[in-house]
Design a protein around this ligand. Structure first.
Ligand SMILES: Cc1cc2nc3c(=O)[nH]c(=O)nc-3n(C[C@H](O)[C@H](O)[C@H](O)COP(=O)(O)O)c2cc1C
Length: 431
């Protein structure tokens, strides 16, 4: 930030403070507020003329122009601790920022004069044809954003034949029924306990999964500071709904547990017990355990959380699909962005195994760029939760509609009538 903009910012903050001050008359207060609003936020931003409104929300799903308007709306509707759980990054949130900002550092170099009146953005993946090259990432606790939960998202995604990767919660069979069409991709956390691992993988296969993505980027615990801070601002008693040991929750009482399959009542003691028994995600998982998985399943296997080309090499050797992911910046701070890790990984994979990517993808053009750079499918987590938080299932529908329109326009703009026309030469790293 330049010295000038720091000064401007301070002055604006001071005027706002004065405007809110109780000792001033209402007339003087509103004059000062107007003056503060007129100050340019960042004089170098070509869009500085458009004021930022922290109270913005859309009233109906169809009013949302882009997914960020659904984010703003979800912020108004979802309890702050739940919203922050979704948005948080690890530590200072540097990886969350990098994922988003680095996508902008890769620039489009469009081809002209191609016939793009008809665009086909479909992809064939793991034995099914999906109408769009994006998928919903697996996220814990979607019901915390809206009680329509993951089943509401499955119904919306199924209606548009959009792919979905889903972790714990309803079974694969239940989700596929809600989708009423192409199958989900199953995501699993597995443990270093071999019997437990075997059971998880085999249960997924038994339930009808065709591919299983094993998340491998959680070898430690993490600090999610934004979430922890937001919890301080949330005065509700968590134990009223959660299976957690909440000291504020009175012994002997009954709690409401809200989930995607409905609402049930549980005793405070049962919830405390459930927390004590929860072992959390795996801490030790090695390539040795990964090698053994090949022998116990006929499903295709993908590893979610690959960032280093040598790990990508191992995936190719084992025949595992690669998901370039840093968990949306939730596990480690100042990680490389996924888009910047993608080129090296694509060069290693050489088309021998599928390469998926996620992390910061918010617009159709972001997705088109990653496909041109060699990704086979592009996932996003938070945006579908924004739609869900804002309007439930109807909001998820709106996220899909926005993405469909943006991807179609972006493909036409770069001169691609199909996903295979999205070639590497269309993107380069800008200065
Ligand atoms: C609220 C939330 C919960 C998540 N839970 C899981 C999870 O249980 N398993 C997993 O593999 N990834 C999980 N992720 C990571 C996502 O699958 C995905 O990698 C990430 O959200 C992509 O980044 P984006 O949110 O910027 O699109 C979660 C992400 C969010 C936002």
């Amino acid at each position: 930030m330049t010295q000038f903009s720091v000064r401007e910012k301070n002055r604006r903050a001071f005027l706002k403070y004065l405007a809110a001050s109780v000792v001033l008359t209402p007339g003087v207060r509103s004059a000062l507020a107007a003056s503060a609003a007129e100050l340019p936020a960042n004089p170098e931003d070509p869009f500085m003329w458009w004021p930022h409104d922290p109270n913005f929300a859309v009233e109906r799903p169809e009013d949302a122009i882009d997914v960020f308007e659904l984010e703003a709306t979800a912020y108004k509707k979802v309890p702050i601790a739940h919203f922050a759980y979704m948005e948080t990054g690890a530590d200072g949130g540097g990886t969350v920022r990098a994922n988003r900002q680095d996508i902008g550092k890769f620039a489009i170099r469009s081809r002209r004069l191609r016939d793009v009146r008809k665009v086909d953005a479909s992809v064939n993946m793991y034995g099914s044809k999906y109408n769009w090259p994006f998928f919903f990432c697996p996220v814990g606790g979607p019901s915390a954003q809206h009680t329509d939960g993951v089943l509401g998202a499955a119904r919306a995604a199924g209606r548009h034949n959009v792919a979905q990767m889903v972790g714990s919660g309803p079974t694969v069979a239940t989700l596929n029924k809600a989708r009423n069409g192409t199958p989900i991709f199953q995501q699993l956390y597995i443990s270093s306990n071999w019997e437990m691992t075997k059971a998880r993988v085999q249960n997924a296969e038994r339930d009808g999964a065709r591919v299983v993505a094993i998340t491998v980027d959680l070898p430690s615990t993490f600090k999610r500071n934004q979430y922890e801070r937001a919890k301080r601002r949330d005065s509700r008693i968590c134990g009223t709904c959660h299976e957690i040991a909440d000291p504020k929750f009175p012994k002997g009482s009954v709690a409401r547990r809200v989930g995607s399959t409905g609402t049930s009542e549980v005793s405070a003691e049962a919830m405390t017990e459930a927390v004590k028994n929860y072992k959390g995600p795996p801490l030790t998982l090695t390539w040795e355990s990964m090698k053994r998985i090949r022998d116990i399943t006929k499903m295709d296997v993908m590893l979610k959380g690959i960032m280093h080309p040598e790990d990508a090499e191992m995936c190719v050797k084992l025949g595992y699909g690669i998901m370039v992911s840093n968990h949306g910046g939730r596990n480690e701070d100042t990680s490389a962005s996924t888009i910047s890790a993608l080129p090296d990984i694509v060069s290693v994979a050489k088309g021998r195994v599928p390469v998926f990517i996620d992390g910061g993808f918010r617009r159709g053009m972001d997705i088109v760029k990653a496909l041109a750079m060699g990704a086979d499918m592009v996932g996003f987590g938070r945006p579908w939760l924004w739609g869900l938080g804002a309007f439930g299932e109807a909001g998820v529908d709106r996220v899909i509609e926005i993405m469909q329109a943006e991807i179609t326009a972006a493909m036409q703009q770069v001169g691609a009538a199909s996903v295979k026309d999205l070639t590497r030469d269309l993107v380069y790293k800008s200065l």
